[in-house]
Ligand binder design. Structure first.
Ligand SMILES: Cc1ncc(COP(=O)(O)OP(=O)(O)O)c(N)n1
Ligand SMILES: Cc1ncsc1CCOP(=O)(O)O
Ligand SMILES: [Mg+2]
Length: 222
C-alpha cells in the first residue's frame, strides 16, 4: 500500500469534525480535550446557524490548526478550498454539492488529502477517478447535525462498497456513538467520523476515549 494511503487509513480511525456552531464552549478547548482522548484526525466544518465567516472564520481555523499541529493531528477543512489553501491545511473534505473533486485535486495538488462524500457506487467510482484519497459514507445512522443529510444508509453501505471491491479508505459518518462504532468498523470501515458524540458530550475527553475503545474492538472483529 502507498505510504499516503496507509497514513490516511490510520488517521481515519477516530475522525472528529466540528466548528463553532457545534460547541457550547470554546472550540479550542474542546479540540484539546478531544485530542487528549485520542482522536486521530480533525475536520474544521464551520457550518450551520451562527457559523463564522471571513476573518473570524479564518482566525478560528488557524487557532484549531495550531492545536492540531502541536499534537501531530492532520487538519482538514470542510468545503472551503480557498481557506484550506490560504492556511496550508493538510487536506479538504467535499461533498457531491461542492466543487468537483477533479478541480479540487488540481487546485490543491497531489500531496494534500482529498476526502469525498459518496452515497452510491457511481458517486464512489467518479470520486476515485477524480482523485479522492478517502470516501465519507453516510449517514450511517440518523443524525441531528446535518439538516440536508441524505437518507440513512445503515452499515450496509460499507459492506456493499467493500463487496464491490473498493479498497480506498472508507470512513462512516452520521449518528455514530460509542455504542454503534464497533458495528461500523465490523462492516469494513477504516474509521468513524463524529460531530455530536464528542462536541456535545459533557466530558469530551472521556467521550473520545470511549469511542476509541469501540473502534478498536470493532477492528479486532474485521
Ligand atoms: C468525513 C466526512 N464525510 C462526509 C461529510 C459530509 O460532506 P458533505 O456531504 O459535503 O456535507 P457537509 O459536511 O459539507 O455539510 C463530511 N463533512 N465529512
Ligand atoms: C456532516 C455529516 N454528513 C453526513 S451525516 C453528518 C453529520 C454527522 O454528525 P453526527 O456525528 O453528530 O451525527
Ligand atoms: Mg460539503
Amino acid at each position: 500500500m502507498q505510504e499516503k494511503t496507509s497514513a490516511i487509513k490510520d488517521a481515519l480511525k477516530l475522525y472528529f469534525i466540528m466548528g463553532s456552531p457545534n460547541c457550547h464552549r470554546d472550540p479550542v478547548n474542546i479540540l484539546e480535550e478531544a485530542i487528549r482522548g485520542g482522536i486521530s484526525l480533525f475536520q474544521f466544518r464551520e457550518k450551520g446557524q451562527g457559523a463564522l465567516s471571513g476573518t473570524q472564520k479564518k482566525k478560528l481555523a488557524t487557532a484549531l490548526q495550531q492545536v492540531c499541529k502541536e499534537a501531530n493531528i492532520p487538519f482538514i477543512v470542510n468545503d472551503d478550498i480557498d481557506l484550506a489553501m490560504e492556511i496550508d491545511a493538510d487536506g479538504v473534505h467535499i461533498g457531491q454539492e461542492d466543487e468537483a473533486a477533479s478541480i479540487v485535486r488540481k487546485r490543491i495538488g497531489a500531496d494534500k488529502w482529498v476526502g469525498v462524500s459518496a452515497h452510491t457506487i457511481e458517486e464512489a467510482e467518479r470520486a476515485i477517478k477524480d482523485g479522492a484519497d478517502y470516501l465519507g459514507l453516510g449517514p450511517i445512522y440518523p443524525t441531528s447535525s446535518k439538516d440536508d443529510a441524505e437518507s440513512v444508509k445503515g452499515t450496509a453501505i460499507i459492506r456493499q462498497f467493500r463487496e464491490h471491491g473498493f479498497s480506498i479508505p472508507l470512513v462512516g459518518i452520521g449518528g455514530i456513538t460509542s455504542t454503534n462504532a464497533a458495528a461500523v468498523m465490523e462492516a469494513g470501515a477504516d474509521g468513524v467520523s463524529v460531530i455530536s458524540a464528542i462536541s456535545g458530550s459533557e466530558d469530551v475527553e472521556d467521550a473520545a476515549i470511549r469511542l476509541n475503545q469501540a473502534v478498536h474492538s470493532g477492528c479486532a472483529n474485521q
